[in-house]
Design a protein around this ligand. Structure first.
Ligand code: FES
Ligand SMILES: [Fe+2]
Length: 298
């Protein structure tokens, strides 16, 4: 699922003809919320995003953020090349302006008094901002809720973000984020433990939202700033992974012998079948995580 190539001629509706997803995978994925931007990326300019091969424009206005097809209904110019004017999105070609509902509210070249044709309406999608991320759903009716990450909604607690684009499927990235066996090999210079480590048998539970599992680990070094770990050269931790379908994972690192906890959330946008944008947020009980460390080692 989600990675099978498309058969010729099976595309329809919103899925572009060049899309590499099978029709079934595309429609299945279109029924979920997906992250498309960090909130701070959608500021005083339109922002271009891509989800499931669909080019989108995001723009901020008084009532929030609108997500729409990145195509002007007048002459198909990408609206992400436009600008924001008085809480409307202005197309770069002829200056038609669209409000937060996607309705055209001004045609500069037509002067006063012309009725704006109804067809000058953007195709918009639901949007929600949570955890500093803008999420959208292409089919308009998400089948699953957003992940619940309460550690990132504690007033006054800072959290940090990281992002990247992988030339890999979303499934491959999620598999990597939930894989523990690579820690000694890939992260040996930071938190990876002994290379001879045998992964213990652990149980993966089905939850209402996805999957969950937990296992102990002995990290090499000591990356945590808590008092209880002062002078230690390795740390015993318990990792709890909570996967919300399809592509969102929260990793809770519970540091043993300490009240220190680290939260590391990872969610991805399937831009195309082989291209994935990664959104990561992380924090800890002190709310002062070291962003340089986590970005370097994510
Ligand atoms: S193409 Fe957008 S206003 Fe004409
Ligand atoms: Fe890794």
């Amino acid at each position: 699922m989600f990675v099978s190539p498309a058969a010729v001629g099976e595309k329809c509706g919103l899925q572009p003809a060049h899309s590499g997803f099978s029709h079934a995978d595309w429609h299945s994925l279109a029924s979920f919320w997906h992250p498309v931007a960090f909130s701070q990326e959608v500021a005083d300019q339109p922002f271009a995003a891509r989800l499931l091969d669909v080019d989108l424009v995001l723009y901020r206005h008084a009532a929030g953020v609108t997500v729409a097809l990145d195509r002007c209904p007048h002459r198909s110019v990408p609206l992400s090349r436009g600008s924001l004017k008085a809480h409307t999105l202005a197309c770069a070609m002829h200056g038609l302006r669209f409000d937060g509902t996607g309705r055209c509210v001004a045609i500069p070249s037509a002067g006063e008094g012309l009725r704006v044709p109804d067809r000058l309406q953007l195709r918009t999608f639901p949007s929600i901002e949570r955890y500093g991320i803008v999420w959208t759903c292409l089919n308009g009716e998400p089948r699953w809720p957003l992940p619940e990450w309460p550690a990132f909604e504690v007033p006054g607690r800072a959290f940090y973000t990281a992002t990247d684009i992988w030339q890999a499927s979303a499934v491959r990235h999620v598999e990597n984020f939930n894989d523990v066996a690579h820690f000694p090999w890939v992260h040996g210079g930071t938190f990876g433990g002994e290379a001879e480590w045998t992964v213990p048998v652990y149980e993966v539970a089905s939850t209402a939202y996805g999957l969950s599992f937990q296992l102990p680990y002995v990290e090499g070094g000591n990356r945590f700033p808590d008092e209880a770990g002062r002078g230690l050269t390795q740390r015993e931790v318990v990792y709890t992974y909570e996967l919300t379908f399809p592509f969102s994972t929260m990793l809770v690192v519970d540091v043993q012998g300490s009240d220190f906890t680290h939260w590391f959330c990872d969610t991805v946008c399937p831009r195309a079948v082989g291209e994935t944008r990664i959104f990561q947020i992380f924090t800890d009980t002190q709310g002062v995580a070291d962003p340089a460390y986590w970005i370097a080692d994510a």
